[in-house]
Design a protein around this ligand. Sequence first.
Ligand code: FE2
Length: 264
Amino acid sequence: MPLPLLKTVGEVAHLRSTHDLYDLHFHTRHSDGLARTADAIALAKERGVTVAITDHNVIGGALEADDGEVVPGVEVTTAERIHLLIYFRRKADLRHFWDRNIAPYRPAGASALTPVRRSAMDLLQDLQPYDHLTSAAHPFAMAKNGWMSVRTKHGHILESLQDLDAVEALNGEELDGGNERTAALARERGFAVTAGSDGHLLRELGLVALAVPKGEDLFEVVRARTGAVVDLRVDGAWRRVASHAAKAPYFAGAPVRALKSLLP
Ligand SMILES: [Fe+2]
């Protein structure tokens, strides 16, 4: 792991006096999560964490929060199936970017998980005028990124993305091996790192986080690699089973959404 890793409640409690915690990857019911934005904000406050709302390709959940309540973001599935996490400081910037660079490239009838017709490289170019931060989520997650992209192309794509700020070196849903490969990629290729629960259930919120020294700017700390990574997940397969089960209602609705897309 390129940054210090804290894994016990005691270690994290000690860290809290000097650092703020950010869970940089969380989904609401606007994509395939179960949480309401308001509930995520309330729980984040209770747990002493700032949460980034990063729904798949849609931004309704992030827009429900006021500026300063969450990190407004989006997890864009690019044409090559990179999951590109994009963060902004203000939701007006998120909305402006999404309206111009995501919405027009979503296929008609797209579900939240349908890839947009835009490459990661093009999106990184589109982002240049904005105050933003980017990270490639779980780049070695075969099921999410496509097995071809993971095993053959993905490493090359990441290497070619000069404007990418970071890779997500700790994703709460990813297998340990995938996280380790991402951390190795960061070390070898000089990427900064981010961390997030990738939670789809409220209970996952804040269990994976990036610790940022108090008073310092999140985006700058990521780029300068001066934060620390927090992993408070319990070990075991049940954790992933519970998280994936949370998405079941979303996928159960897929035939209905497909049918609606065929109707006038
Ligand atoms: Fe995600």
